[in-house]
Design a protein around this ligand. Sequence first.
Ligand code: FES
Length: 124
Amino acid sequence: MGIPQPAFYIFKCEQSSPPGMPKPSCVNAQTRELYQYMSNKLMVMGVTTTVHPIRTACLNRCQMGPVMLIEPGHHMYIGLTKEKIDKIIDEHIIKGNPVKEYIITDEYWDEAISPLKMMEMAQG
Ligand code: FES
């Protein structure tokens, strides 16, 4: 038997805007502890060998931050707080039930376009 794949990757946007930048970002004075909070929770639960939290740069949904993307499944969670992270880990990661009320709406997260189709669209 080989080394098991992770069951989940959690990509947490850790982008912060430089001072004076009008665009919102996921990390500011109020939200900077969220990644560490999530990582600590996973560690205390003893699941970090199968659930990998990963710090990322901008995931292009800045207006709805703080955000994180859970794979597999393309589940994008928005407006994160510690309470939401607790529920997402307990319900989605542990029980396998995505928390629909915290997931971005289809209006802002429509079906992906394949790279091949994107190339065809660019060629007209
Ligand atoms: S800064 Fe987090 S999605 Fe853009």
